[in-house]
Each structure stands twice: as structure tokens, then as C-alpha cells.
Design a protein around this ligand. Structure first.
Ligand SMILES: *Cc1c(COP(=O)(O)O)cnc(C)c1O
Length: 209
């Protein structure tokens, strides 16, 4: 089923949109199954879980898509291709410091809170300009991540994704990480370059374990 789901979803994505398979809460063997299709981009939202699934000698491109605590940055900076969820200047500065220590450049996205839901991390839209005045030697800000509002109201989701697309264009960003199982089709109409899909690939998540 996992493989069929990946093929089906990939068929709906334009060439310039990357599929990130969100493997959080699913066991490592689900990842192994997905890899068989050529899927190599995987997303996790917890440092501990990413480290448990990480193997140094394989081609997987790991994406950190969840809130990242500054004290855990050092464990993952050299293991992920992109941190999508940078939500504070303090975190940016910590990534810079840890990347400098390891003499690497780390690609990041700034998470912007456009849905204005209490549970959502991220910068406010009007903080972006100031954040972008800070220059870093070991951090490359490639774009934005936006999580849509948790609703079935397509109009409301569309509004948020429109705003995200405007911000991407305003700041001439290369990447916009936006769209999950329930709303990625809407995101495709609004300039997303990376969709992160979990349950539509791996099935319903079980948080009880
Ligand atoms: C869990 C998660 C996803 C995947 O959500 P699905 O609804 O299972 O597709 C995508 N993006 C982020 C940031 C997530 O935390």
C-alpha cells in the first residue's frame, strides 16, 4: 500500500515539487518499504525519533519539520538536508554556532505562522523583514514553511496559502514548504515547492504507542 500511495501522489505533483514522506510515528520498516520506490526525502518532527531512524550509510535526505529545541540542534545539524521549522532568532543563532563548530553550511526555512492558531510555532509575518537583515555564514535561509489552518474550510486554507505565496515572492525565496495530506492539493495551486505528506502515504497515525 505504501508504495502505491507514493506512486499515486507523485503522479499528481509537478516536476518542481518535491514529496517529503513524513515518517513520524511509523516504524523504520515503513521507510524501508518507501525507499523501494526511489523515495529518499523523509520528514520527522522529533529529534529523538529522527536519530533512532537515522543510518549514516544510506542516501536518505532527512528533513526536520517539527519544533526544534536549541539544546538539540547539535545532534542533527549534520544529519539533515533542511530544517523547515526555524521559528526564532535564538534558534537561528544556535544553528549558526553549531554549524560553525562542524564547519558545515546548514539549509533552513523560516516557519511563518499565518494560520494564527495557538498551537502553531513560527514567526509573525511582520518579523520576517528584521530576521532577514541578520547575516549568517553557516546558515542558508532558502525559504519559508507554512502550516495551513486545521480546518476543512478550503476557503480559509486558500487564504493562508495565498498569503504564503505572496511572501515567497516578496522576498524572492526559492522554496516554500507547504501542504500536508488534507491540503496539499490546495498548496499546489499556490507555489509550494515541497509537500510533506504522512498519513496519505503510511496510513492513519497511532499516537498511543
Ligand atoms: C505530521 C506533519 C505532517 C504530515 O501530516 P499528514 O496529515 O499525516 O500528511 C506534515 N507536516 C508537518 C509539519 C507535520 O508535523
Amino acid at each position: 500500500m505504501i508504495q502505491e500511495n507514493i506512486y499515486r501522489i507523485k503522479n499528481t505533483l509537478p516536476e518542481n515539487v518535491r514529496l517529503i514522506a513524513v515518517s513520524k510515528t511509523y516504524p523504520r520498516n515503513c521507510i524501508d518499504e518507501a525507499i523501494q520506490t526511489g523515495q529518499l526525502d523523509f520528514g520527522e518532527n522529533k529529534v529523538q525519533e529522527l536519530l533512532e531512524k537515522y543510518r549514516p550509510d544510506e542516501d536518505i535526505r532527512w528533513h526536520m519539520i517539527g519544533h526544534l529545541q536549541t539544546n538539540k540542534v547539535k545532534y542533527i545539524v549534520d544529519k539533515v538536508v533542511l530544517i523547515h521549522s526555524v521559528d526564532s532568532l535564538h534558534l537561528l543563532e544556535t544553528i549558526e554556532k553549531e554549524a560553525q563548530k562542524k564547519d558545515i553550511i546548514v539549509n533552513v526555512l523560516l516557519q511563518v505562522n499565518l494560520a494564527h492558531e495557538e498551537t502553531k510555532f513560527g514567526f509573525d509575518e511582520d518579523e520576517l523583514e528584521d530576521v532577514l537583515t541578520h547575516a549568517y555564514k553557516h546558515v542558508m535561509i532558502k525559504g519559508l514553511m507554512v502550516i495551513g489552518p486545521n480546518t476543512d474550510d478550503e476557503k480559509r486554507i486558500e487564504e493562508v496559502f495565498c498569503k504564503a505565496e505572496q511572501l515567497k515572492n516578496k522576498y524572492h525565496f526559492q522554496e516554500l514548504s507547504m501542504g500536508m495530506s488534507h491540503d496539499y492539493k490546495i498548496a499546489l495551486r499556490h507555489g509550494t515547492t515541497m509537500v510533506h505528506i504522512g498519513s496519505d502515504i503510511f496510513g492513519k497515525r497511532d499516537y498511543s504507542k
